[in-house]
Design a protein. Sequence first.
Length: 339
Amino acid sequence: MRAVIMRGPGDVVVEDVEVPRVVKPTDVVIKLAAACICGSDLWPYRGLEPVENRPMGHEYVGTIVEAGDEVKTLKVGDFVIGSFMLSDGTCEICQAGYPSRCANAGSYTGSQAQYMRVELADGSLVAVPGGEPDDPDRLADYLAASDVLGTGWFGAVAAEAGPGKTIAVVGDGAVGLSAVLAAKALGAEKVIAFSRHEDRAALAREFGADVVIAERGEEGAAKVKELTGGYGAHGVVEAVGNQVSMDQAIASCRPGGYVGFVGVGHDQQIDGTGLFFAEVHLHGGPAPVRRFLPDLIRRIQADEIHPGKVFTTRIPLDDAAEGYKAMDERREIKVLLEV
């Protein structure tokens, strides 16, 4: 089969590799219907994380073609969506609503490929009612749910988005844009997005942003306070993962407010004294996507949300290297790979 391999920073190839097979009795093998490139894949691509001959991809939708003997809730032929973090669904952490930190977490092969093996299938995958869609836009919606929608949704939930609330979103990548969509879907009265790029700002508005702010850092936080009578937002989603974005998120939040941080952190440090006097709640980390998947699937099937619009281009799997380059150069928000 064909699979995307990152040999080193900036070096992405598509190679022939062996098709995975069931190894453990709780495994399944999925024939991918579509794959995509994540913003977090750009960290090793840019040399900010170590990488050497890594099979790439962690977002996936597809059809089960092989199942282990102990898989109970799924069967061959099911069209499934899975979280980018695997879980057994039974440990105390999973039961508390955080399957992304499962005490018995499993692993999977890269999803930027024609097939992948997924451990702990019963606890990690959700079968989609009606099976694989014929509509490519609906397929894109489902694919987004596997990571960026679920991650943006967790950010909005952690920021306590809901009726009467003003929610600000730091970051205009696919996760930040998904957080805008989520905040509005959860009933936020006003959603403020930060963006300097008109294509991303336009999608933010389409997803429900009431205001788009171009300023960043202290100036951006000051704009949020200006829009909220000097208080700051009730909740802020931090969807980037660097020092500037975290500082901006905390500064944009009112005392007693909530910061949901879902950007993969890189060398962030939080000043203890500053945090003490900010008096905000911090809640975040790897999104427990599996917790949200049934509701997200329902909302997609009811045409309440269309998260697949974050995919601004679709290219064949064999052209993945160009997709990485386009996202690295910010020419595309998110690239869907046609398998």
